[in-house]
Write a protein that binds this ligand. Structure first.
Ligand SMILES: Nc1ncnc2c1ncn2[C@@H]1O[C@H](COP(=O)(O)OP(=O)(O)O)[C@@H](O)[C@H]1O
Ligand SMILES: CC(=O)N[C@@H](CCC(=O)OP(=O)(O)O)C(=O)O
Length: 283
């Protein structure tokens, strides 16, 4: 009962902004860095279910980088990142798939279903939803670049009222290949474009994109992004995130936001209030 009352209260607070989003597809990238306490996970689930209840079509694309790194380390397997993307050996690929398609995907699906929704978990391998090729085999191994997305697979699920929860693992066109590890930010932007989403929101563990002094940048365009990358102010995991935002808006998604997943109900604050939070990426 208490859980339900919380959802209703949040619903009432945000009601004035909701109507205009009904029927729209919104892709939420749930970063591993934001998947922290059970309380925050609970709030995340409430927000997604609430969006669905009011007629929005939410699609979750999740990461899980920290969990992959932890399991690789537990198993004594070294791992490294180049330009914000993991170098994926064949051995690492097995672990990446186990963690993303197995552990993380099913945890999020269960969380959403515990809140009364019909969430369904898939990876890019299911029905060949996402097909990829190697980014650069000699440099990144089984880290992939998406070549094709069969949007109808997910669209059909949404038409049947399911909430798709997508693990960023892609199928290979070559039979016998183990598939590809896709950076979840880049998977989210491609999925958002393919589904003609109106928004893509990246939940992470910083208030948004920060400048050299650590201040939040509210709005950020292509030129400034290139400058901040060259200066090393945007680095590591933030590189694929800003690239993904640009790809999304260049592909027709109206808005791309990077927001703090550590703030309770940050998705609702972003979507349903006029102020918004975090960083909005523009052309
Ligand atoms: N300019 C920047 N502003 C904010 N965060 C940045 C910046 N440059 C690099 N980062 C790093 O990017 C991280 C977020 O990326 P990542 O760890 O891959 O998160 P996620 O799991 O959400 O994809 C932040 O925790 C921060 O350490
Ligand atoms: C190629 C590549 O880097 N793949 C990522 C996939 C998971 C991910 O992106 O997770 P976060 O969103 O939590 O960072 C990785 O192996 O960590």
């Amino acid at each position: 009962m208490k859980k339900k009352m919380q959802v209703v209260q949040t619903l009432l607070d945000t009601l004035p902004f909701i109507r205009k989003f009904a029927g729209q597809t919104i892709v939420i990238k749930y970063g591993g860095a934001a998947q922290t306490s059970p309380e925050l996970k609970e709030k995340f689930a409430q927000d997604i279910v609430l969006m669905h209840l009011v007629g929005i079509k939410p699609v979750v694309v999740h990461g899980g980088g920290p969990k992959i790194t932890q399991l690789l380390s537990d198993l004594g397997i070294k791992t490294e990142f180049v330009e914000g993307q993991r170098v994926t050996t064949k051995e690492a690929m097995r672990i990446v798939e186990m963690v993303l398609s197995g552990e993380v995907n099913k945890e999020i699906v269960s969380l959403l279903n515990d809140h009364g929704s019909k969430a369904i978990g898939i990876s890019g391998k299911d029905a060949h939803f996402i097909q990829a090729r190697a980014k650069d085999r000699s440099k990144w191994g089984y880290t992939g670049v998406i070549e094709e997305i069969h949007a109808d697979v997910v669209q059909n699920l949404m038409n049947e009222d399911f909430i798709p929860v997508i693990a960023p693992i892609a199928a290979s066109k070559d039979p016998g290949e183990p598939g590809f590890n896709i950076n979840a930010d880049l998977a989210a932007s491609k999925v958002a474009v393919a589904l003609k989403a109106s928004k893509v929101v990246f939940l992470t563990d910083t208030p948004g994109v920060l400048d050299g002094e650590g201040n939040l940048i509210g709005t950020l365009g292509t030129e400034k992004i290139n400058l901040l990358k060259n200066e090393g102010v945007i680095s590591g995991g933030m590189v694929p995130k800003v690239d993904a935002c640009l790809e999304a808006i260049n592909g027709g998604v109206q808005k791309a936001h990077i927001i703090d997943g550590r703030i309770e109900h940050s998705i609702l604050l972003e979507i349903f209030t006029s102020e918004g939070i975090g960083t909005q990426i523009v052309h």
